[in-house]
Design a protein around this ligand. Structure first.
Ligand SMILES: [Zn+2]
Length: 482
């Protein structure tokens, strides 16, 4: 496939993007009037018997290729920005704030440098999101790192519109629209890493807010055996993922790593000759060889509609990003008892909570008991920074005071914490539980094997092993016995 960038540079584009489609014998190419003979010969050599359009002028050519590439899949180099070498954030800030740059409002170079530098540094640290918040007194730039928001920089509010306009250009978002929320996408290239970024804007009383969410980072995909699940959970889960039908749910609050677990599960069955299809919001990692669809609420493509469309495409395994409405719940459960393996997430704290949540979404108890294979509940807990852990522990890291603050060191941005570890709870829906569920007996919790709250137990173990501070264990498992 010819990328958008290449097409506009060389002045040549295929009218049908699927050049690999063997059913069509003759490819049609559009050419711009300055397209070189060499390029035309190359295309003939590669694609054989092809048809070329009459040479188009630049304006008509641009219009046509924009139409062709408009509906293309998201991860492509049509709109890739190379971050390359950037100057330090301090230098970029100074350059942007210098007198000349303020006076010369048309000079975009300092704004571009500044933004590149913010993005590069956030990526280097492993941030998942970058926030740009316009307030009355300041323009604040923050990043989310290991689940927590960290301030990067505060600037004068006058700067905000220039930086936000630049972000909008990157995301191909309407710059002049400041009253409505908008979203866009951009792909960055940093060394060998390709990072797909979702951009969303939201108007507020003091100006616009923008969030850039980093997707598709290669390091997000973790092999199933590297999730550090306890061995019994790992073995059980692994065999459930290979079953031909049924429902597998992963539960936890936002940011607990549910999607990562689902992706790892899918990765573990990629080469089994199955038709794997997903409906997601957003697509966080793109897998070669499986069909992933992005929810698009503007066009009415929600989880339920996407799922129904997928079911007409002869799938074996379906991943539904989240079950959060009665219709999706009903379609997903029906799919899972009619010969499909369905994987999804639910927004509940515990594994048991999944059953009552499905009941709340109007699913018949009998349907739950016949479809549900297993539920995983999980959390991500912040670990001590290895570099300053001893000091933190000496200073009282065992305290359960939630306001407790660690001193930290340079390596952990003075937070005392660095990186995260996942803890899991696992509910296998065995015959006994199935009976309980279909009887509508919601008091199953007491009957369970050792499941008082495996998450709490796991967290306490990690505190005792000095991997995480106690306040982190308390904070993340507080509502476990709901
Ligand atoms: Zn540290």
């Amino acid at each position: 496939m010819i990328s958008f960038q290449k097409a506009s540079k060389l002045g040549i584009a295929s009218e049908d993007l699927e050049l690999n489609d063997k059913t069509q014998t003759q490819k049609k190419f559009l050419i711009r009037n300055d397209c070189s003979q060499e390029t035309i010969e190359d295309i003939r050599r590669i694609y054989g018997n092809v048809v070329f359009s009459d040479p188009l002028n630049a304006e008509d050519f641009d219009k046509s290729i924009q139409k062709i590439y408009k509906n293309k899949s998201i991860i492509d180099d049509e709109h890739m920005i190379s971050l390359g070498e950037t100057i330090s954030l301090d230098e970029a800030t100074q350059s942007l704030l210098s007198k000349t740059s303020i006076e010369n409002n048309n000079d975009d170079a300092p704004v571009i440098q500044m933004l590149n530098s913010i993005i590069t540094q956030s990526l280097a640290k492993g941030a998942s999101d970058i926030h740009f918040e316009t307030n009355d007194e300041s323009f604040d730039i923050k990043m989310r790192l290991d689940g927590n928001i960290i301030n990067i920089l505060s600037l004068r509010p006058e700067i905000s519109s220039r930086i936000i306009s630049r972000i909008k250009i990157l995301g191909q978002i309407n710059i002049s629209e400041r009253r409505l929320p908008q979203d866009g996408r951009v792909t960055f290239k940093l060394g060998k890493q390709i990072i797909d970024v979702r951009i969303s804007t939201l108007p507020t009383g003091s100006g616009e807010r923008v969030v850039m969410r980093m997707l598709g980072k290669q390091n997000q995909l973790i092999k199933l055996n590297k999730l550090q699940m306890p061995e019994n959970i790992y073995n059980n889960f692994k065999s459930q993922v290979r079953k031909p039908h049924g429902l597998i749910l992963v539960t936890g609050p936002t940011g607990s790593g549910k999607t990562t677990t689902l992706y790892s599960a899918i990765d573990s069955i990629l080469n089994l000759g199955l038709n794997i299809m997903t409906i997601e919001d957003p697509i966080e990692i793109s897998f070669p060889g499986i069909s992933q669809t992005q929810v698009n609420s503007k066009l009415g493509l929600n989880f339920a509609e996407g799922l129904k469309a997928i079911l007409r495409q002869d799938p074996d395994v379906i991943m539904v990003g989240e079950i959060r409405d009665p219709e999706t719940a009903s379609v997903a459960l029906r799919a899972s008892i009619t010969g499909h393996l369905v994987l999804s997430t639910l927004h509940t704290n515990t594994a048991y909570g999944a059953i009552s949540r499905l009941r709340d979404l109007g699913v018949d108890p009998y349907m739950i008991s016949s479809s549900l294979n297993c539920v995983i509940a999980q959390r991500l807990l912040r670990k001590y920074c290895l570099n300053c852990r001893n000091e933190s522990i000496n200073l009282g890291g065992k305290s359960s005071d939630q306001l407790f603050k660690l001193d930290g060191c340079e390596q952990c941005d003075y937070s005392g914490l660095h990186g995260r570890i996942a803890i899991f709870d696992y509910l296998n829906i065995n015959a006994h539980l199935k009976n309980k569920i279909s009887d509508g007996d919601l008091l199953i919790k007491e009957d369970s094997i050792n499941e008082r709250s495996n998450l709490s137990n796991e967290a306490i173990n990690l505190v005792e092993q000095k991997v995480i501070p106690k306040f982190e264990a308390v904070r993340m498992t507080l509502n476990d016995n709901e």
